[in-house]
Write a protein that binds this ligand. Structure first.
Ligand code: TK8
Length: 343
């Protein structure tokens, strides 16, 4: 009996010692984390799937740091547009911004490759390219301009809306005043299609459409829905003319003050946020056409022959902008897409 109880007491004290050690490790591990509150700028509103991604990222950072690392989103461009927020992140006065790559092209020209018309055919190939060595190659260019890309999230495939007419053929673009994102590739693409392209920050688009300063714009379904563009746009044409990635940009000035453990938590939680944000974005997109029709939009898509005409018409964009983007970026992306497609 004594022997048994002695062994039992030995076992108990061993377990207690292990539990205490584990507890002290986790306490000391969490001791590596300081109280942090990272502010994030978004151009969309909190109901957008970007909100799902940031909620997941934030719950992850809280859990991994014992509640010390908080993510605080700001919505509707309250802290600035994609470009002005990105500049604030570069200066260190803002911690994070979720932005399309397009406005950042003026800072890192190679990102312009993602604005080339009809580059991606599917979200799956975009994920594979962006989450692999090619995506890493682009992210590696950002620290030099004061930015750290924590992960690639999804803006999505872009479609065209306007208030003048159903765009059923290339000629229907003629004379339509089209808001485009602020870079020369989108500007050139929509001019080449015949429209009167106007670069503009996303935060100004709704009022520009409402006042007919512009007739149309182009965006993924979730943005068209989230920003209620259907209130000021009658026609939606499923052009699927480009796929926009979203950068999760963190300030390098802030980043460099963090411990390796804190940096690791941000990267791990941005990756968890990516999975959730893409899932939510695609789930909403699946319902978008019905939702937009229910909200009064007239929806059409090009015939296969017309799609081919649009693709042919915009091929010249590749030749005109390859040099500004950089031959290495264009060659690498097109080669990787060939590999992914097995051709
Ligand atoms: C939101 C923008 C938006 C983009 C645009 O901040 O500007 O049209 O598609 O998603 O990044």
């Amino acid at each position: 009996m004594i022997k048994t109880s002695f062994r039992a007491s030995l076992r108990f004290s061993a377990v207690a010692a292990l539990a205490a050690a584990a507890c002290s490790i986790s306490t000391s591990a969490q001791a590596q984390f300081q109280e942090r509150n990272f502010r994030v700028s978004n151009g969309v509103s909190k109901e957008h799937p970007m909100g799902n991604g940031l909620a997941k990222m934030g719950s992850c950072t809280l859990e991994k740091t014992g509640g010390k690392m908080k993510i605080q989103p700001f919505w509707d461009g309250a802290l600035g547009s994609d470009l002005t927020s990105t500049q604030s992140v570069r200066s260190g006065s803002l911690d994070m911004v979720l932005t399309s790559t397009a406005p950042v092209v003026s800072i890192v020209p190679a990102l312009g490759v993602f604005d080339l018309p009809f580059l991606f055919n599917t979200a799956a190939e975009a994920d594979q390219l962006l989450d692999g060595k090619v995506g890493d190659w682009f992210s590696a260019k950002l620290p030099a301009v004061g930015l750290v890309n924590l992960a690639w999230w999804e803006n999505g495939f872009r479609h065209t809306t306007n208030s003048k007419r159903a765009i059923t053929k290339v000629e229907d673009f003629d004379g339509v005043k089209m808001r485009v994102m602020q870079n020369t590739i989108f500007l050139d693409t929509f001019k080449t299609l015949g429209s009167n392209a106007v670069p503009m920050a996303f935060t100004e688009v709704y009022s520009a459409l409402e006042t007919h300063t512009v007739d149309g714009q182009e965006n993924p379904f979730t943005n068209i829905e989230n920003m209620k563009f259907y209130e000021v746009q009658k026609y939606l044409t499923l052009t699927k003319h480009a796929y926009s990635p979203t950068l999760v940009l963190f300030s390098k000035r802030v980043w460099d003050k963090l411990s390796p453990q804190e940096q690791g938590v941000l990267q791990e939680c941005a990756a968890q946020g990516r999975t959730e944000q893409r899932r939510a974005n695609r789930a909403q997109e699946a319902k978008s056409v019905d939702n937009l029709k229910a909200n009064g939009m007239t929806v059409n898509e090009f015939s296969p022959a017309e799609t081919q005409r649009v693709r042919e018409r915009t091929k010249v964009i590749y030749e005109r902008h390859a040099k500004a983007i950089g031959d290495e970026a264009v060659t690498m992306v097109t080669a990787e897409l060939k590999r992914i497609r097995g051709n």
